[in-house]
Design a protein around this ligand. Structure first.
Ligand SMILES: Cc1ncc(COP(=O)(O)O)c(C=O)c1O
Length: 364
């Protein structure tokens, strides 16, 4: 046994388990396990990604300047307040490692994105799960649970795997109720899909103070998960901190080029959003018709809650779908053992999934 001992908390981490992407023996796969954008990346992003290959011997721009400027132009922000990360995961992790440590608490909802507890432990901090109401973040419960030790709160809005989101007013109420020395991280990975008109990804709250950060990703609507690209919009003091702790060349040249092309391909993003706006309710309705309890989703996926017994459990549903080449994602890791999360895919994939689920749920 090694005499090297990692910092407290590290060995409590159960390594993240990604959505499955293979089924042995299956010819055709329908991967609906990782909330990847249904239409794939913009062809312009693919072309931009390829175009960097011959320059792969050169280090990338360590500040991702052109990418930050493209994001800033698209979202109406100041490029100096944006920091890019190798996926938003990197930024979410660096924030915890910078602002919390042993003895500190990091709060989030009971069914929040499964990375948050791992991130808290990797910083040596204590993860604190706070009860939700109807699979939705409960602002009062979070405020009640705040202690002297609370240092950070993660709010995934919309949340994964539940798909639920809270209104801009509720997020503002949370911010207003938190002490000034607590960092509120609004993880808006699915913001581009949201159609609710009481929603805001949180830009206004970042602008209004020093203690709010919004994170975004290129992995969902931009469908560039494999390129690992995310960004954070921050107060200047947090930009400074993130730029000290991130690695100097954290975004490779291909990802920078693809990100710029993707964010500029507005027509493609609109098409991806429209696709989701059509097929998310369609899929949700088919699940409900089959007798599954559906949690209303604002993202590009839906959480169905299956019966707890009688041969129609979530685990049995997943096994059945896999026999059809369809890979959904269990929500057990987020404390929802009867939950199966299904990503919105292409039309044919959605029709095949709905058919398989109807068959699975048919009374025998
Ligand atoms: C809520 C939420 N936040 C963050 C991420 C991380 O995304 P990435 O690191 O690919 O940017 C995900 C990915 O599934 C997510 O669902």
């Amino acid at each position: 046994m090694s005499i090297l001992v990692p910092r407290p908390g590290i060995m409590e981490i159960s390594p993240y388990v990604p959505g499955e992407s293979e089924i042995e023996g299956a010819e055709r796969l329908i991967k609906l396990s990782a909330n990847e954008g249904a239409l794939g990346p913009s062809p312009l992003a693919v072309e931009a990604y390829r175009s960097t290959a011959a320059e792969a011997h050169r280090y990338p721009d360590g500040d991702s300047t052109a990418l930050r400027e493209a994001i800033a132009a698209r979202y109406g922000l100041d490029a100096d307040r944006i920091v890019c990360g190798a996926g938003s995961d990197e930024l979410l992790t660096l924030l915890a490692r910078s602002y919390a440590g042993p003895g500190d608490e990091i709060m989030f909802g009971e069914h929040a994105f499964v990375m948050y507890p791992l991130i808290a432990l990797s910083a040596g901090a204590t993860p604190v799960k706070v009860a939700e109401t109807d699979y939705t973040l409960d602002v009062d419960a979070l405020l009640d649970r705040m202690t002297e030790r609370t240092r950070m709160v993660y709010v995934a809005n919309p949340n994964n795997p539940t798909g639920t989101c809270i209104s801009a007013d509720e997020v503002a109420r949370l911010r207003a109720g938190l002490r000034e020395d607590i960092l509120l991280v609004i993880d808006a990975a699915y913001a581009e899909y949201v159609t609710r008109n009481d929603y805001s990804p949180g830009i206004g709250l970042v602008d209004a103070g020093d203690n709010v950060v919004m994170t975004r990703t290129f992995s969902k609507i931009y469908a560039l998960g494999g390129a690992r690209l995310g960004w954070a919009y921050c107060p200047p003091s947090i930009v400074d901190v993130l730029n000290r702790v991130r690695s100097p060349f954290n975004i490779n040249i291909a990802a920078q080029a693809a990100g710029i092309a993707a964010v500029n391909d507005v027509e493609f993003v609109t098409r991806s959003r429209d696709h989701n706006t059509a097929w998310l309710p369609w899929l949700s309705e088919r699940l409900a018709e089959a007798g599954i309890s559906v949690v209303p989703s604002a993202g590009n996926f839906v959480l169905g809650r299956f019966p707890r017994d009688g041969g129609r459990t979530a685990a049995e549903a997943i096994a059945f779908l896999k026999t059809r080449g369809i890979i959904p994602r269990s929500a057990a890791g987020a404390g929802i053992p009867d939950g199966v999360r299904i990503t919105v895919g292409l039309e044919e994939e959605m029709r095949m999934t709905a058919e398989a689920i109807a068959e699975f749920m048919e009374p025998s």
